[in-house]
Design a protein around this ligand. Structure first.
Ligand SMILES: [Zn+2]
Ligand SMILES: [Zn+2]
Length: 875
């Protein structure tokens, strides 16, 4: 590669080219004989496209992987996608609907062919978008949760658990979506507040001695009532337990029972028990041996158990049953609106029905115990640690896992039934019954919950159940990176499956990051209109800038606010690196080895920047090791921009432009050394621009394979000496700005330094101080000069005296400063009284109030600065 860099950085012409070259050269594949290091990418849905949450999640993983790769580890970042059962099936069903065809019209086999065709055509969108972000995944390892190997792993674990009795079939209340015709797991149900009506019903005692009043919002389910329950200690009902009531519709006689699960404070303290349509009622029924009468069909209509209401939709039946009850005179007066949380299908929004159906389950308790112990014993660490609590809470309250779904797209349950009533699970598709040899067999119609296969992701992707080299090298994985929203259902299941099948935890660390929000901290949503598309940011500002903004905001344990403006700021940072490198190359010419000058040939600025580099390298390295990318990003950006570009480069220009050959060589050696290390340290965060600049600077090789800079000892004495000089330059610059000194004027100054060691230091660097502060003559003295008409600036270790004659008219200046202070004071009190007005504060939009607060703070800061300037003149 040559050393010619275009004038400005254009990410669009660089990023795609570099990514293709990296991928083609196999740089993302595991390499070398270093210690293995592995991250499994949480597989995005094959239907998905890259959103801002992925952008954060992937940037963090990529940064971890890139750093480890540079450190010489044999890294594997394994990519892939999830078949996303219900989501994908819905996409294809929608396509079919546009052609007026249903999946039933096509039949199972043809429908699945259609889904595979869709997957081949559209399913790789997200993996292409990941490349735009710079994800350095080992693409030769890419997996799909329904590919051959993973399907084999699914069968294997299913059969093993089936044979151990951990998988069973049972009647359970599930969350049923009548639209999708499938059971949903708890996490696939969204709870939303719905306005309903709490209706009181009087059930007459069969012996005619009175009635019981119960309350319900789902009147139609009374068709399936099999008891009325009260709390055992509820004195209102002591004499009634054991008696029966007669249902006003249908006339069935049902018992009054006592159960601890009843809350005596709710309604009348007497509850109807409908075991087939409520999970708590189902448990009560189990305890009391009650029958469960299912009154709903799978499409949400009343079934034959509902007598005359059979065939009516559940909402229609709700109205009709209520009307009939009212006609019977058993509806209480106290009928009132009642807002309650009702489950909705996360896919289609239909109200979910608790429904009794036959499903497959995994027994959780024997799997959960070792998974809880593993986190307690510290074999898996949560970062931040507090998320271990969420995990524990969830694990301790887990119910058995319903793993069957009434879908077509997914891993079909590997259980067969024969006509003689046998049932068996099989690793391969059988021709005959395993028990009687009959060939009249059929496979279970249902498929497995998508999470059943993604729970195997940490090892199924490495060839399991075969004992492959990859499995030995990369299991346990090193870290799982994910958002806090899926700790419960995904992380916990990977823990259970991994420990049970592999005998060891699936990952050492779980790093939980926050959610990306808008710059005010608001959740991003289409309805707020504040959604940011990462691909648009990449188009406008480049992937590096997009990533850098995410990193700077990703404070450990917090949510991640971003704004387009900040990304623009990081595009400017990429440009700064670009210009910095162009500047160095202008003097360096062809790449060559440049050993650092020996310590006694280094100036105070040289020693300072080298020490600052050691310090920032050690800080960034420790922060990255702790997954604290915000600290690393801010430290590196500040170092590169302020310390290196603004101070060191400016300070060294004199030696570079008009120094001796030795001086030039020394400065160039330090510039290239610091720049090269800075690019390396920034590479995990900003992979593209750093590689491009490294190529120009080094002339050869790639930055991807390291080395990663090793931090040495910092030199605090050198830092403090240079900081003394920085302080003086900053004070002189501030004086010019505060007093609006015309650019053409070069004031003079006497700097009084009491410390006899600091005096020669300042004297030796006086020329740089003068140039950088745009100052005239500067004299260094041990004692204060006799002078009148001067401003005095008191600093730590020095006092700067500025004669004002010819610089500014003192009286005019004093008057001007007083005027400005007065004006600002009036403005400040105007804002103060506004903010003291409760009416304004509570009614004005939050942004308006915030702007006023910012203006007030700005005015106060300005008053303080001007008052100091005034004090200098009147001292
Ligand atoms: Zn649905
Ligand atoms: Zn059989």
């Amino acid at each position: 590669m040559g050393t010619e860099l275009p004038k400005t950085y254009d990410p669009a012409t660089v990023e795609g080219r570099l990514y293709d070259a990296w991928e083609a050269a196999g740089l993302f594949e595991p390499h070398g004989d270093g210690q293995p290091y592995c991250i499994m990418l949480p597989p995005p849905n094959v239907t998905g496209s890259l959103h801002i949450g992925h952008a954060l999640d992937h940037s963090i993983q990529d940064a971890i992987i890139r750093r480890k790769r540079m450190q010489g580890y044999r890294v594997l970042w394994l990519p892939g996608t999830d078949h996303a059962g219900i989501a994908t099936q819905n996409v294809v069903e929608r396509e079919l609907a546009a052609e007026s065809v249903s999946r039933q019209d096509l039949g199972r086999e043809k429908f699945l062919e259609r889904v595979w065709a869709w997957k081949e055509k559209s399913g790789s969108r997200i993996t292409h978008q990941m490349r735009r972000l710079g994800d350095s995944c080992a693409w030769s390892y890419e997996r799909f949760t329904m590919d051959e190997g993973l399907s084999r792993a699914v069968r294997e674990i299913f059969v093993r658990w089936y044979e151990r009795g951990l998988i069973y079939r049972g009647n359970r209340i599930t969350n049923w979506c009548p639209r999708c015709h499938t059971a949903l797991s708890d996490i696939e149900v969204e709870h939303r507040d719905v306005d309903g009506e709490l209706v009181q019903l009087r059930y007459p005692l069969t012996d005619g001695s009175g009635h019981l009043t119960i309350a319900t919002t789902r009147v139609e389910t009374m068709l399936g009532d099999t008891a009325v329950a009260v709390h055992p200690s509820d004195e209102r009902y002591t004499g009634l337990v054991g008696k029966t009531v007669t249902l006003p519709i249908g006339g069935r006689e049902i018992p009054i029972i006592a159960d601890d699960a009843i809350d005596p404070e709710f309604g009348t303290g007497a509850l109807k028990v409908t075991p087939a349509h409520d999970p708590i009622d189902f448990e009560i029924a189990q305890r009391h041996g009650l029958e469960a009468i299912n009154v709903l069909s799978d499409d949400g209509s009343i079934n034959e158990n509902g007598g005359e209401y059979a065939g009516q939709d559940r909402f229609e039946a709700r109205k009709n049953v209520l009307e009939a009850l009212r006609a019977l005179g058993v509806v209480g007066e106290e009928q009132r609106p009642f807002t309650h949380a009702v489950g909705h299908c996360y896919r289609c929004g239909t109200e979910v029905e608790p429904w009794l159906s036959e499903q497959w389950f995994v027994k959780i308790e024997p799997l959960a115990k070792p998974a809880i112990a593993a986190v307690k014993e510290g074999r898996t660490h949560y970062v931040p640690e507090r998320y271990a609590r969420n995990y524990m809470d969830w694990m301790q309250n887990l119910r058995d896992w319903c793993i069957s779904r009434q879908l077509w797209w997914g891993h079909r349950i590997p259980v067969w039934y024969c006509d003689d009533g046998h049932q068996f699970a099989s690793r391969t598709d059988p021709d005959a019954c395993a028990e009687c040899g009959s060939t009249a067999i059929r496979q279970d119609e249902d498929v497995l919950d998508t999470w059943f296969s993604s729970a195997l992701w940490p090892f199924s992707t490495l060839g399991w159940p075969d004992q492959t080299d990859d499995l030995r090298a990369f299991y346990p994985n090193d870290v799982l990176v994910t958002g806090y929203d899926i700790i419960t259902f995904w992380v916990s299941r990977m823990m259970m499956d991994g420990i049970d099948m592999m005998g060891e935890v699936p990952f050492r660390d779980v790093h939980i990051h926050g959610m990306v929000r808008d710059f005010r901290g608001k959740k991003m949503s289409k309805s707020f209109g504040n959604v940011i598309d990462p691909l648009e940011l990449i188009d406008r500002y480049g992937a590096d800038a997009t990533r850098m903004t995410l990193f700077r905001s990703a404070v450990l344990g917090g949510d991640v606010p971003i704004s387009e403006q900040w990304v623009e700021g990081d595009r400017n940072f990429a440009n700064k690196l670009w210009n910095l490198t162009r500047f160095v190359l202008m003097y360096a010419g062809e790449p060559q080895e440049r050993p650092l000058p020996p310590a006694d040939a280094q100036t105070v600025a040289d020693r300072w920047i080298l020490s600052r580099l050691e310090r920032v390298a050690s800080e960034a390295d420790a922060a990255m090791e702790a997954y604290d990318f915000a600290t690393a990003a801010v430290a590196l950006r500040t170092f590169a921009w302020n310390d290196f570009a603004d101070w060191y480069v400016e300070w060294s220009k004199g030696r570079l432009q008009s120094g001796t050959d030795e001086e030039k060589t020394a400065v160039l050696a330090i510039l290239t050394h610091v720049l090269s290390a800075t690019l390396r340290l920034l590479h995990p965060l900003m992979p593209f621009v750093t590689e491009e600049l490294h190529a120009s600077l080094a002339g050869t090789g790639t930055i991807l394979r390291g080395p990663w800079p090793q931090a040495g000892a910092a030199d605090s004495a050198a830092e403090s000496r240079f900081e003394f000089l920085q302080q003086i330059v900053a004070a002189l610059r501030r004086f010019r700005a505060d007093h609006k000194v015309a650019p053409s004027i070069r004031p003079a100054a006497t700097v009084v330094v009491a410390d006899s060691q600091r005096r020669p230091l300042l004297e030796s660097e006086l020329e740089r101080v003068r140039v950088l502060a745009s100052w005239g003559e500067i004299v260094v003295a041990a004692e204060a000069p006799d002078a009148v008409g001067e401003a005095r600036i008191v600093l730590g270790g020095a006092v700067v005296h500025v004669p004002l004659a010819g610089v500014l008219d003192i009286d005019d200046e004093i008057a001007r400063l007083r005027r400005e202070i007065d004006e600002l004071g009036r403005e400040a009190s105007r804002i103060e009284s506004k903010l003291a007005n409760q009416d304004f504060v509570s009614k004005a939009p939050e942004e308006v109030v915030e702007t006023q607060r910012e203006r007030l703070a700005g005015a106060r800061a300005a008053i303080e600065g001007l008052s100091e300037a005034l004090a200098e003149l009147t001292a």
